[in-house]
Design a protein around this ligand. Sequence first.
Ligand code: ATP
Length: 327
Amino acid sequence: MQAIDARNLTKSFGDLVAVDGISFSIASGEIFGLLGPNGAGKTTTISMLSTMQKPTSGTATVNGHDVVTREDDVRKSIGIVFQDQSLDEELTAYENMDFHGRLYRIGGEERRRRIGELLALVGLADRKDDLVKTYSGGMRRRLEIARGLLHEPKVLFLDEPTLGLDPQTRNHLWEYIARLNNEKGITIILTTHYMEEADRLCDRIAIVDRGTIVALDTAENLKHSIGGDVVTITSPDPDKIADLLTAPWVSGIERHDGSVTVRLQEADRHIPGIVTAIHQSGIGINSLSVRKPTLEDVFLHYTGKTIRDEEADGKETIRMFQRARRR
Ligand SMILES: Nc1ncnc2c1ncn2[C@@H]1O[C@H](COP(=O)(O)OP(=O)(O)OP(=O)(O)O)[C@@H](O)[C@H]1O
């Protein structure tokens, strides 16, 4: 069964089309990533799927329930961890979980059992009686994920689950997310700016830009789709180099400020010829590197832009500032 099926899902805010007729399906048990820069429409997409916002047009079902006409059924079958933290800092982890369990009317014995199991799953069992205000960022995020699973949802939405966490904590959290997908078979749909996160965690990735899905496949296939190796040449005159490389084995060329990126099959075979041709034309080369394509290259290929991790970190700084002002 499909866990999620979206057809021409669209959301406009006045003149701005935040999500522009996107369609995709997610199979039960998949980890599915929406990867894109700030403002691409990722959060709006999962807000519609999780019934927090109504689509302007189009349809979607989650666990077989329509997100507009069967809102309550959708809500009962999903867990949500959105970007803004919603834990009570003055309560312990256990108390936060317990409060949430009562809201969902989960009976006493069962509630205690689930809380124990989930806190163990996210590695917080031994800190369950500590106040949340003593927790690190990574621990809070793990607690939020555990809380989102308390009512045993089939689908879990994670909006930027590792935003602003340091690389080590991020790695740790990926392990927990992968584990709960493995052990509990939960379908996970997450949004991210982080290429590595999408690459490491997701079975399939939808690359989102300006409200549309520009590419959707496994990380492997996406990288393969742009063809061969990536050769980056930095030079005082990258435009001239790009004009020079017209051979049929060049599958793509992108010009950037100060460099040119060339995609080609079997780079090892062609590089000597490329270097000779550039030298014979009297063009200087500052550096030349060869590597396999990354998701960054895929994104650049489909959108003409780069996503940088700093974008995400910059956003987290703004959020922290906003949170501090609210207190
Ligand atoms: N409630 C709203 N009212 C008006 N515009 C909105 C609203 N919510 C989102 N937008 C706009 O819709 C576009 C998509 O926003 P969205 O938050 O979905 O993007 P995103 O890919 O999740 O980016 P981010 O990671 O920054 O949240 C942006 O231009 C944003 O400013």
